[in-house]
Design a protein around this ligand. Structure first.
Ligand code: GLC
Ligand code: CA
Length: 584
């Protein structure tokens, strides 16, 4: 092409026309690209995470314990939910003091759960269905049966000694440290073999790793690479905010020794460890990361997840999930907490949205109403909330069925190490056991760990053997098979929600605005993006409630309601009614 043609007016005109046509054709794409840039779109922001508690999901071999083959047999079910990511609680080799959160070999599968072959099949099965897998990474501590700890214990001069925190007994008793799971709440355990104490923030069988030791960090980095190379898509960093410690172990101010998050979390050094992990592993793979907990302040949370810091992807803050107490909770506080977190993360950083997990009792029993009359409707209302907030929803298995607390009355029904140790603690200090059991019925972690309810056959179709923990007595009515058949079931409603979220980017990224702020019964908010606006109104009570949104609902388009086909009559909401409108 010679310079004449290049500069001829005719050519220039053609060029302009071509450019214009490209511009027109790409109208949407262009707009999207622009938006994309603004939004910093990421797959892990747009995903719905479904958490599977493997021990209780599906037992394949009749030993009463859920396993990987069980999960494999239910992959189509998982796909049918419309979720994008599975977060699996730990499946590594473990003596199971804390259901897998005490790892004895990070590169192997717990024998209860199956083999590495099963794992590979499961991972491929998920990927074939377009679902990603996030694994729990438990490296604040290991099991005391891990080879590292066995070596470390064996003598003061063993090369692995510095993998853990030891305090030689000739130096007296170490300054008090609180243990969350210990019978005596004492995080220092005396070991006669070397006349020294070791540190365990959780149970005695979960000694804390010494992150100051570069060898420990290298071990973890290698473990992460091992799993990332296998093709997993992310890590959930268990209890990681406690990983850094001031290893001089100063005494804490009197009266504050048990102030766990404040004094034990986010100790200097932590960000450096995260940056090292990011540099050496995370930056090299397309993986997502989430830390359990978000520190003590909004600043802590930002410091862990802001993109320019190169640490983790999203914060998982406990403020919301901690609100519900056996005495109830205030919706005003609930709204305030979620609104505040949203505003603090409006411009930078990214949040997880959740109200339940394997460490909490059931969603509907804590935040809704599990009476026969309102269980279904309130469960759907809560799901509506989780799926319409800004952030990545983490949805716990069984909540899509509206599973509720089992109401255990006897200590023999419980399995959780933290609960059993606390029970012994209460016995030791002469605490009231009836009060303790009553509280456990509401808040125990075992409430959410009962077997997944597949159908109305014996043991809810979870196992042909004896389940490791009792099945909830309500399984005959609350189960997948029954709910599949009912188009208005919790299960089918949840599917509508995941689909809606997928089809509406506004629900993922859209600006959140709280409405009718002081309404003690109704949570109402809008989500807004690129000229599209949705209004969500949620009645959190068992009575009719009024809401003043300031919008004319008679012209709003009804998108979804948990009372089939019904919008709100002049701002009046039925008990636990949830409605999603499109305003623009
Ligand atoms: C985290 C886990 C919990 C476990 C603890 C110790 O909090 O979510 O289940 O018991 O860490 O690993
Ligand atoms: Ca099994």
């Amino acid at each position: 092409m010679n310079s004449y043609i290049m500069s001829s007016p005719a050519f220039n005109l053609k060029k302009i026309v071509v450019v214009f046509i490209i511009f027109l054709c790409s109208g949407n794409v262009f707009g999207q690209a622009d938006t994309t840039h603004k939004l910093d779109r990421k797959w892990w922001k747009e995903a719905v995470v479904y958490q599977i508690y493997p021990r209780s999901f599906k037992d394949n071999n009749g030993d009463g314990i859920g396993d990987l083959k069980g999960i494999i047999s239910k992959l189509d079910y998982i796909k049918s939910l419309g979720v994008d990511v599975v977060w699996l609680n730990p499946i590594y080799s473990s003596p199971n003091d804390d259901n897998g959160y005490d790892v004895s070999d990070y590169r192997n599968i717990m024998s209860d759960f199956g083999t590495m072959g099963d794992f590979n099949v499961m991972l491929k099965g998920l990927h074939d269905r377009g679902i990603k897998l996030v694994m729990d990474l438990v490296v604040n501590h290991s099991s005391d049966e891990h080879e590292w700890f066995k070596q470390s214990r064996s003598s003061r001069t063993n090369p692995y000694r510095e993998y853990y925190h030891w305090w030689n007994a000739e130096n007296g008793k170490p300054p008090y440290r609180y243990s969350l799971f210990d019978v005596n709440h004492d995080a220092w355990r005396y070991d006669t073999l070397t006349n020294a104490y070791y540190l365990h923030y959780f149970s005695r069988k979960q000694p804390d790793l010494n992150w100051e030791n570069p060898k420990v960090r290298q071990e973890v980095i290698n473990i992460m690479k091992f799993w990332a190379d296998k093709g997993i898509d992310g890590f959930r960093m268990d209890a990681f905010q406690y990983a850094a410690k001031d290893t001089t172990f100063p005494a804490f101010p009197q009266g504050f020794e048990k102030n766990f998050t404040q004094y034990y979390g986010m100790v200097t050094g932590l960000h450096g460890y995260l940056q090292q992990i990011n540099k050496e592993v995370l930056s090299k793979y397309n993986v997502m990361t989430v830390a359990e907990g978000a520190g003590n302040t909004y600043e802590d949370a930002h410091n862990m997840v802001d993109a320019d810091r190169h640490e983790l992807n999203m914060a998982y803050a406990f403020d919301g999930v901690n609100i519900a107490k056996s005495s109830g909770y205030s919706l005003l506080e609930f709204k305030q907490v979620f609104s505040k977190w949203d505003s603090v993360f409006a411009d930078k950083g990214w949040l997880s949205i959740f109200l339940a997990n394997h460490d909490q009792a059931r969603l509907v029993s804590r935040y809704g109403n599990d009476s026969p009359e309102f269980r279904e409707i309130s469960s759907k209302m809560l799901s509506t909330f989780l799926m319409t907030m800004r952030g990545t929803p983490y949805y716990y298995n069984g909540d899509e069925l509206g599973m509720s607390n089992p109401g255990f009355t006897k200590i023999e029904d419980y399995r959780d190490v933290s609960l059993l140790n606390e029970y012994h603690h209460q016995l030791n200090i002469g605490g009231s056991i009836p009060d303790f059991l009553k509280e456990a019925q509401f808040s125990s972690r075992d409430n959410s760990r009962t077997p997944f309810q597949w159908d109305s056959s014996t043991n809810a179709g979870f196992t042909t053997g004896t389940p490791w923990i009792k099945v909830n007595a309500n399984y005959k009515t609350i189960n997948v098979a029954t709910e599949e058949k009912d188009k208005n079931s919790c299960l089918n409603y949840f599917r509508k929600l995941t689909k809606l979220r997928k089809e509406n980017l506004v629900l993922v990224y859209g600006k959140y605005t709280l409405l009718d702020k002081d309404n003690p019964k109704v949570y109402a908010y809008t989500r807004e993006l690129d000229g599209k606006k949705m209004l969500i109104v949620l009645n959190f009570t068992n009575t009719i409630a009024e809401v003043k949104t300031g919008y004319d609902l008679s012209t709003a388009k009804l998108i979804l309601s948990n009372y089939e086909g019904s919008g709100s009559d002049k701002g009046k909401l039925l008990p636990y009614q949830a409605i999603i409108y499109q305003l623009q």
